[in-house]
Design a protein. Structure first.
Length: 212
């Protein structure tokens, strides 16, 4: 084997090793982002066409903006008022699902603003909320989309709207700091709840239940 060929092989090996090391460092640039954002991480990567680096730059920027916020919990009175308003949203759903979703979106926006999240526009608010609630924040986007008039004239899917409102309740409970996963875990340990049909937390009554 000629000396020139040996040199070429060594150079190629060095380049391949360097590229491999760079790839490892790049993948580990933000090792906590996927854990912190959960499903929001995957959604952001998909929105960037699979470009993980671009998605992580966006998510890292959200974290930086989030550090500038001063978040405070709701008072007991504020929490009680918000929960009562959510109950009113559920009650209205049977007669006017789209308006109920619009009201739910407005309530989420107000609660988030009261907590200290920005309220300049819905997308900026959702992005910032995702830093704390990455597993639930997509429900906010879904709620926003379904509450808008359907430009294509497609009939509203009531069950789709009902499911969206249920998912949004998960984010609502996280924001107001009441109920949520710990409460459901305790309820599961105690056994099935005895609440009347349609009255369980977060559940949206059907039209038949509403008029019963």
């Amino acid at each position: 084997m000629s000396s020139g060929l040996i040199v070429a092989i060594v150079v190629i090996a060095v380049v391949v090793a360097a590229l491999g090391a760079f790839a490892v460092r790049h993948r580990q640039q933000h090792p906590g982002l996927s854990r912190r954002f959960g499903s929001e991480y995957e959604r952001t990567v998909a929105r960037h066409g699979g470009d993980t680096a671009a998605a992580e730059r966006e998510l890292a920027l959200r974290v930086e903006r989030h550090r500038e916020l001063t978040l405070t919990p709701l008072s007991g009175a504020e929490r009680a008022r918000a929960e009562e308003q959510w109950a009113q949203v559920k009650a209205r759903f049977v007669d006017d699902p789209r308006q109920a979703l619009a009201n739910a979106e407005a309530l989420l926006a107000r609660v988030a603003r009261d907590r200290g999240y920005p309220d300049s526009d819905v997308d900026a608010q959702i992005d910032t909320i995702s830093v704390d609630h990455g597993e639930h924040v997509e429900s906010y986007r879904e709620l926003h989309a379904l509450s808008l008039p359907d430009a294509a004239g497609r009939p509203a899917d009531t069950e789709e709207q009902r499911a969206a409102l249920l998912r949004a309740w998960e984010l609502f409970t996280a924001l107001v700091g009441a109920g949520g996963e710990p409460e459901r875990a305790h309820a599961h340990a105690r056994g099935p709840a005895k609440a009347p049909v349609g009255r369980r937390a977060g559940r949206v009554p059907t039209q038949r239940e509403h008029h019963a």
